[in-house]
Ligand binder design. Sequence first.
Ligand code: PGA
Length: 241
Amino acid sequence: MRKIVLAGNWKMHKTQAESLEFVQTFLSQLEQTPAQRTVVLCAPFTDLGILAEKLRDTRVNLGAQNIHWEDQGAYTGEISGPMLTEIGIQYVVIGHSERREYFGETDKTVNARLKAAQKHGLIPILCVGETEAQRANGETESHISSQLDLDLIGIDQSQLVIAYEPIWAIGTGKTCDSKEANRVIGLIRSQLSNQDVPIQYGGSVKPENIDEIMAQTEIDGVLVGGASLDAKGFARIVNYQ
Ligand code: PGA
């Protein structure tokens, strides 16, 4: 049975005060949420400590948005596995297209970060997906296949979540057609050795389209950016029909 994982990725949004306000409303909306759905909030590093305290003994898991491959060292601006596990973090987003595009993340560094996450018992949410130009050129399948080949070298697929995020659908309001997302996610699964890896869809997921997305047979959850910033809206996503 594949797990259903519904994750919010706040990116560079929310101060500690704002994150606490969110959590108060969000938790109050989860009373009817089916127990088998895994709910994750991936917050900025500065929010994680206080959120870990607030979310202890709740059903909400916490995720970070990056992890360095070394445990410590002269790496200004980076955060390591032991720093995350000390405060009870369970998930970490790795290889998001914004990291790949704006911060020089490569498949090699993505692979190193995935290994570090697993070494420390964190479950990585690995993001893959094509640009608009790659899609137009018919390179969607080959690009994603190459990302998976390189990113997953030496990775334990029993401790992994993958997010299919077509880059042209991120933050643009242009959601990928749910049947097309289902097709690509099926292809991703066919390349994995472990058929139980939860594979999410990400890219302009919102309360208005979540039911249709989650009705697809291959889609095991969502990674939500913009729409995860609103507590009631994200709760509606988590409580999809
Ligand atoms: P979005 O972002 O929901 O704002 O499109 C998704 C993501 O980047 O994970």
